[in-house]
Design a protein around this ligand. Structure first.
Ligand SMILES: [Zn+2]
Length: 325
């Protein structure tokens, strides 16, 4: 299906170029530096780093609540990617569509930033911890796959700092006229991220517990690793599995009892069933169920209402504080 859409987009572009470059020419004439981002954190970082430069137009592709694992680009999305000036994407297994889109790019000077490439050795493979359900084995005949990397790198505030430095550096190179704006914005924003990182460290250092337990998928690996928290969860990463087995529920409920945890966590897309079933299977059945936002389905409406990467991570910190005490 994705292939079909991409071919369709290519056909559209061919038509445009045959009709005296209609669309592309108009776009270049408006003179704005076009930056296309896939997920909300990238969008928000670029918004912060380009603050004060009105000559930039930023597009968020995933703005209707569909997460990066389920996203299918439209023909229009493919066109936006292929002729923008800067394209930022995560670069994990959910972004396989990008390769085809970039192979046919019409702007040969495009700056492409792949978050996993930027982080290099800091990228972690998905980890199956005790009690967790793995993904179902691939059907026979499917290609051998390499290691599965955890794509949720934006949930590390430390990694976000590294990524923002890289984005600022590329903006300075691509648009040297506004170098001083990007430099100043990066300095200010990275200081805010560092402050947030320190706040997380303080909360964890002063906490009663050092373990979080998610009755859900688990995109927060990078966050818990940054502060040496232990974790248990029903599923590895954003596994496509949605039903937890009896063994998983029992294991997690026993873990809650054993550690005396007061909270069971879940993520923003949860229907609450698994966390509640775990709670019902504990001895005391009185845990609070708390939700952390992994920013995988931020919508255009939320964006309008002023949500930022830092505001979400500040809220997550309050949730974490409650879960650890
Ligand atoms: Zn995910």
């Amino acid at each position: 299906m994705k292939k079909y859409i991409i071919l369709l987009a290519m056909a559209c572009m061919l038509v445009f170029s045959m009709t005296a470059c209609g669309a592309n020419k108009d776009k270049k004439d408006d003179g704005k530096f076009q930056i296309v981002t896939t997920i909300f954190p990238e969008y928000d970082w670029v918004r912060e780093l380009t603050k004060g430069n009105d000559n930039v137009e930023i597009t968020l592709l995933l703005d209707n609540g569909v997460d990066l694992h389920s996203y299918q680009p439209t023909a229009d999305d493919i066109i936006k990617v292929s002729d923008c000036d800067m394209f930022i994407y995560v670069g994990g297994e959910s972004d396989e569509w990008v390769e085809d889109a970039l192979a046919n790019k019409t702007n040969k000077d495009m700056v492409v930033i792949n978050l996993l490439d930027v982080l290099g050795e800091n990228v972690k493979e998905e980890e199956l911890v005790e009690g967790m359900e793995g993904e179902e084995e691939e059907e026979e005949g499917e290609e051998e796959e390499g290691p599965e990397y955890d794509e949720h790198v934006w949930l590390s505030v430390k990694s976000s700092s590294i990524i923002c430095s890289k984005i600022a550096e590329e903006l300075e190179k691509a648009d040297p006229d506004n170098k001083s704006i990007y430099e100043a914005n990066a300095k200010e924003y990275i200081a805010k991220l560092d402050e947030l990182d320190n706040k997380y460290q303080d909360v964890v250092s002063g906490a009663k517990y050092d373990t979080v337990l998610f009755g859900d998928r688990f995109p927060f690996r990078y966050l818990v690793d940054d502060y040496n928290l232990d974790y248990f969860a029903a599923f590895v990463g954003c596994s496509a599995e949605s039903e937890a087995s009896f063994e998983t529920i029992t294991f997690l409920a026993d873990k809650v009892d054993e550690l005396g945890l007061k909270s069971i966590l879940q993520i923003e897309t949860s229907d609450g069933k698994i966390a509640n079933t775990i709670k019902d299977n504990t001895k005391s059945k009185n845990q609070q169920i708390l939700t952390m936002d992994s920013m995988q389905s931020v919508t255009a409406d939320e964006l309008q209402s002023g949500v930022t990467y830092i505001s979400v991570m500040e809220s997550n910190l309050e949730v974490l504080k409650s879960a650890l005490n």
